[in-house]
Structures are given as structure tokens and as C-alpha cells.
Ligand binder design. Structure first.
Ligand code: SF4
Ligand code: SF4
Length: 404
């Protein structure tokens, strides 16, 4: 009986996830990275949006979405992440595959060991460089690396990640999943009887011919027949092995992916808990989208001049000194103007370089200015300072005018 193997599907998912991780830093939008954290300007480039570190609430919402999405996926799909998506499993599978091939063609030779070491070094470098590309664009990374100008922080990160991945490949590999990785432990807390797991069907126990193929093929060295174990990464190798054995006997496999067993109260992956978590994710995502859509193209902040001076002029006017900080948050250069809103019964005037303020995309500028009001008001006034681009006010802030 032909049997449906899980392995090719899992390999396809692993390749697609790996290619996405590798290619994403090379993808560009409007001349800049599609997804990158630019440390120098403290800006997250996020699929066309530029989120400044000052817009902390957007970061916070994004982090909350990731945390809830993590819980949601884990609650429904259990450790499918470990076997199908996790980079640790992928690089370990790749290394095992390469080592098997090398040993097949050059068993126990010096050349085999040399090739293995070279593959560890190459893979460690690719993983470390791939991580850095989410901070420094790949083209700039290679240019700086070739010119010996990679910089202290990037250089240290590259070296540390490279060494850790190399040691992982040489010494640790699957032991990491069994002992160090916290995900398996967290998963035990979040899973319930409806979570997707790989199970040896207890109702088919009598059909098991005790061939041991499932156990021999398990990369984690466990026996699925002993029930759910923390070491299981849901890779499905035991499922394939059992299906192959049973197919020769004209029967179906005894190991299955299942969202729990109905008779035991399971079988409902979409239940109250998962729908509640899903609802929170949808709500937070809507908030994030609204937050990004509502972001201003530019901002203005104001503070009193360094010496905080207030002066009365003989002609019956009062002047205050301020420093304005204008920031262009849009993805295109712009020319800005500062203007003070008129106040009934008073003449208001801004003095300083307040027109033709040219700013490149994502740039900011300090503008020292003086506001003059006549006649002198009886008490302190809050004046409105407008930031104008293309004839439209795009940001407003208050300037407290002191009279003495
Ligand atoms: S028990 Fe099966 S699914 Fe779990 S790690 Fe072993 S082979 Fe993979
Ligand atoms: S591979 Fe299937 S038949 Fe063989 S021991 Fe495992 S569960 Fe039993």
C-alpha cells in the first residue's frame, strides 16, 4: 500500500522558512530595507513604515502581538514549530544530512572530517551574517567586512554568534532541544487536550508489531509509544517509519498527528481559550495598523531657550526665546515652515530661520527662534506653534509665552 510521507512536506516548509529568513534582508522598498532595525537612527524599517524608537507604544503593541501569537500558535499547534520551522532544527538536519553524505562517499577519512569542519564554519558564518543583515544592509555589511570597517558592536556580535553556532554544530545540536531550549518547557504549560501532538494511537496498540522502527528513526532518541514526552519535536519521522512498516503489511500507520482524542474531551482546536487569544491578537493588530496609519509625517517639539530669556521692548512688546526641534518622519525629503497662530487683539511674530527648513527623509533639525508679541498681554499666554508643509499644518505644539 503506498503511503503518504510527512518528510518531503516538512523539508519544503523548512526550506521555505530558511529562504525567507535569508532573503528578507535583501528585499527593498523605496530604496531601503523592507525589514531592518537601523541602530544609528534608532528606527525600525517595517514593510514601508519607519517606526522611531520614540514611538515606543507601537513597539510595545508589536511585542505584545508577538507574545500572544506565540501563545496562540503553541496552544493550537504545540511543538510543530520545533520540528518544522525552528532554525536550530533546520541547521541540525542540514548538518546531519551533509555528514551522512560525506561518510557515505569518504567513510572515516581525513577529507571527510575536513569537509565536515568546513561545512560547520560556512554554516556558522551564514547564520551569524544573516542575523547582522537585519541591522546592517547586506551590501554595506560585505563592503565594511571587506574593508575591515565592520565596527566594534557588529564585529563582536558576528564573532560571538559565529562561535556559538559553530560550537552548537560541533558539540550540541539536538541536546540543545532536549536540555537548554525553554520552548519545550513553556509548551507544556500552554498545551491542553486540544493541542496538536503526535501520538501513538493507544486503541491500535494490539496492531503494533514491535519492530522498533519508530524508535530507531527518532532523532531525539525517544519512543513515541511511551506517550507525550518533552523531548519530542513533532518532526513526524516516527510517523513515516511506522507507515512504511505497516504499508508492507497492507495496513495504515499507528502514529498520527492529532488535535487530541474526542473521547478524551479533545479534538476541538478552536475552543474558548484559543478564540479568546485569537481575539486579543486581532484587536492588537488593528490597534497597530491604526497607530501606524495615524502617525504624523513630521513632528515638532519645543523648549525654552538655553538662557530662558524674556525681554520687554521699549515699543511695548515682549519677546521670548525658544528652541524648536523639527523631525521629518516621512520617507521623502520635505521643506517646512514654522508659524505662530494669530491671537485676537495681539500682533504675533516669529523671528529666526523659520521658513524653508529643508529636511531629508527621517532627518531632524534644531531651530532657535524668538517670538514677539505686542502689546504685552496681562498674563501668561499659550501660543500655538504650527509646523507647515505644502501649505498644510501637519503638527501643532504650545509655546508658553512669559511676560516677565
Ligand atoms: S517521537 Fe517522533 S515526532 Fe517526536 S521527535 Fe521522535 S521521531 Fe520526531
Ligand atoms: S514502527 Fe509502528 S509497528 Fe513498529 S514499533 Fe513503532 S509503532 Fe509499532
Amino acid at each position: 500500500m503506498p503511503h503518504n510521507r510527512i518528510a518531503p512536506k516538512r523539508a519544503l516548509v523548512q526550506w521555505l522558512a530558511t529562504i525567507l529568513l535569508l532573503v528578507l534582508p535583501f528585499m527593498r522598498h523605496d530604496g531601503d530595507s523592507l525589514l531592518r532595525l537601523d541602530a544609528a537612527s534608532r528606527t525600525l524599517l517595517f514593510f514601508g513604515a519607519r517606526i522611531r524608537i520614540e514611538e515606543f507604544y507601537l513597539f510595545l503593541i508589536a511585542v505584545l502581538i508577538m507574545v500572544f501569537a506565540f501563545l496562540f500558535v503553541t496552544m493550537i499547534f504545540g511543538r510543530v514549530w520545533c520540528g518544522w520551522f525552528c532554525p536550530q532544527t533546520t541547521i541540525t538536519d542540514l548538518t546531519d544530512f551533509f555528514n551522512r553524505k560525506v561518510e557515505h562517499f569518504l567513510p572515516g577519512t581525513f577529507a571527510a572530517n575536513l569537509l565536515k569542519q568546513l561545512s560547520y564554519i560556512l554554516l556558522s558564518f551564514v547564520v551569524a551574517a544573516n542575523l547582522i543583515w537585519y541591522f546592517i544592509p547586506p551590501a554595506e555589511f560585505f563592503r565594511r567586512l571587506a574593508g575591515g570597517e565592520i565596527g566594534m558592536v557588529a564585529g563582536m556580535t558576528l564573532t560571538v554568534v559565529f562561535v556559538l553556532v559553530y560550537l552548537d554544530l560541533v558539540l550540541v545540536r539536538r541536546v540543545f532541544c532536549k536540555t537548554v531550549c525553554p520552548y519545550g518547557r513553556i509548551q507544556l504549560l500552554t498545551m491542553d487536550r486540544n493541542t496538536l501532538t503526535l501520538e501513538f494511537d493507544p486503541s491500535l496498540k494490539s496492531a503494533c508489531i514491535k519492530c522498533g522502527s519508530c524508535e530507531r528513526n527518532c532523532p531525539m532518541g525517544i519512543d513515541i509509544k511511551d506517550g507525550l514526552q518533552i523531548e519530542c519535536i513533532n518532526c513526524g519521522r516516527c510517523l513515516d517509519a511506522c507507515r512504511e512498516v505497516m504499508a508492507k503489511l497492507g495496513r495504515g500507520g499507528l502514529i498520527h498527528y492529532t488535535f487530541g482524542i474526542k473521547a478524551e474531551g479533545g479534538g476541538r482546536p478552536l475552543n474558548r481559550k484559543t478564540l479568546f487569544l485569537g481575539g486579543i491578537i486581532v484587536l492588537l493588530s488593528a490597534l497597530l495598523i491604526l497607530g501606524i496609519a495615524d502617525r504624523k509625517g513630521a513632528t515638532i517639539k519645543i523648549q525654552r531657550g538655553a538662557n530662558g530669556e524674556v525681554r520687554r521692548l521699549p515699543e511695548g512688546a515682549v519677546i521670548n526665546f525658544f528652541t524648536a526641534f523639527v523631525e521629518n518622519r516621512s520617507v521623502t525629503p520635505g521643506t517646512f515652515t514654522l508659524s505662530v497662530a494669530p491671537v485676537n487683539g495681539f500682533r504675533t511674530e516669529l523671528i529666526g530661520p523659520v521658513t524653508n527648513i529643508s529636511l531629508a527623509a527621517n532627518a531632524n533639525r534644531r531651530v532657535d527662534l524668538v517670538v514677539k508679541v505686542s502689546p504685552v498681554p496681562q498674563s501668561r499666554q499659550d501660543l500655538e506653534l504650527h509646523l507647515i508643509r505644502d501649505g498644510k499644518t501637519i503638527a501643532v505644539t504650545l509655546m508658553p509665552l512669559l511676560i516677565d
